[in-house]
Design a protein around this ligand. Structure first.
Ligand code: PLP
Length: 382
């Protein structure tokens, strides 16, 4: 092969670093020859999809020779009524990652810039870089910030806007930090941004937020024409494997996103499961309770291990291991526990742990104890 295909690729793609997903369970079990490993690495819902969702899916299997409804009419209608919006304001995606990419493709060129915070969700730099647009990364709050270490600093974000800025990405709460924006501050920020700049408010973990911290973001759509809200079925609705997410925006923006959307980007099973998941409010309520208890359990256990963590309102918690976290991550793998290293976010000493069920949380705390204190028998977490 004499041709460098890399040189043939666009400048943006040449500079891309691929997204690093959490290590799959199957891979670890193959490597270690074990069968009972635990993955708390991708912020999935430990309850799994509800039995109601599973039943609806079973009914759909015999129709899989047919293409999906390309306009996802029923799902969009259902989402519109859920949020008291009009159906044309809803754009569906193959996960919200897909929606984030649609937004970048619809609005950015190589001559534009996009703004997001340091430590913000890893897909923002990827979708921006893929187009060859410039990423203006705003400094986050410092590690010793009193209330929101590593959090988005809206003032710094505003100061990172330049004449080329077309999009601002905000994650609330943010992954991997779990940090959040106070509703009033977010509202002030939106009021201050020129309406020519699109503000993407990524609310992948919205349903997990305490009520007092949930912004009225959907209501704000009528006030801020430049606002796009993204949400997902991967987290509280426990459908990460099916890939469904969506955007809520004004109709003109939704129309533009739909022009770049693949017509069948959300498959039949995903559409059916998403509608069913919205109907199963008990499963959402149970998931919130489990997460609240699990987050508390993890915080108590981490305190006992004398480990500091970033305050989180998501379904995960990011822990300062006070040393290079890579060897500890590998040692946890040997214990059959997969967590998420976040060195690719510029946080080499941290590990992100997804909140599991009671037993899973106990196991990860015990495994942490074992890898941190290999010479002792470990602390009792009962
Ligand atoms: C902040 C944030 N946004 C978006 C996503 C994308 O989720 P999905 O593509 O599964 O909808 C994630 C996934 O982890 C996330 O953490």
């Amino acid at each position: 092969m004499t041709t460098s295909y890399k040189e043939l690729a666009t400048r943006g793609v040449q500079g891309l670093t691929p997204y690093l997903p959490g290590k799959p369970i199957e891979e670890l079990e193959r490597e270690l020859g074990i069968t009972d490993s635990l993955k708390l690495a991708s912020n999935e819902n430990p309850l799994g999809p509800s039995s109601y969702v599973q039943k609806q899916l079973e009914k759909e299997v015999s129709g899989l020779h047919l293409y999906p409804d390309g306009s996802a009419h029923k799902l969009r209608q259902r989402l519109a009524s859920e949020h008291q919006l009009d159906m044309p304001q809803v754009t569906v995606g193959n996960g919200s990652n897909d929606v984030l990419e649609l937004i970048a493709r619809a609005f950015l060129t190589a001559n534009d810039s996009a703004v997001f915070s340091e430590y913000a969700f890893a897909v923002y730099p990827i979708v921006v870089q893929a187009i060859g647009a410039k990423a203006n990364i705003a400094k986050a709050y410092a590690a010793d910030h009193a209330s929101m270490p590593y959090g988005h600093d809206l003032e710094a974000i505003k100061n990172s806007i330049d004449a080329q800025t077309k999009i601002i990405f905000l994650a609330n709460p943010n992954n991997p930090t779990g940090t959040w924006l106070e509703p009033d501050n977010l509202y002030q920020f939106l009021s201050s941004v020129d309406e020519k700049i699109i503000v993407v408010l990524d609310e992948a973990y919205f349903e997990y937020m305490p009520e007092s911290l949930k912004p009225d973001s959907v209501k704000w759509l009528s006030e801020f024409s430049n606002l796009i809200i993204t949400r997902t079925f991967s987290k509280i609705h426990a459908l990460a494997g099916l890939r469904v997410g969506y955007a809520l925006s004004n109709i003109e923006i939704a129309d533009l996103l739909n022009r770049v959307r693949q017509p069948f980007n959300v498959n039949t099973m995903a559409q059916v499961a998403a509608c069913a998941a919205l109907d199963d409010r008990q499963h959402v309520a149970n998931s919130i309770i489990l997460n609240t208890q699990g987050l508390k359990q993890l915080m108590i256990g981490l305190d006992e291990l004398d480990l500091h963590y970033i305050p989180s309102i998501g379904n995960f918690i990011t822990v300062d291991m006070k040393q290079d976290a890579a060897p500890l991550y590998n040692a946890l793998l040997q214990e059959g526990v997969i967590v998420r290293p976040v060195a690719n976010y510029g946080m080499p000493n941290h590990l992100r742990i997804t909140v599991g069920n009671k037993q899973q949380n106990e196991r990860v705390l015990m495994a942490l104890d074992t890898v941190l204190h290999p010479d002792s028998n470990g602390t009792n977490h009962d």
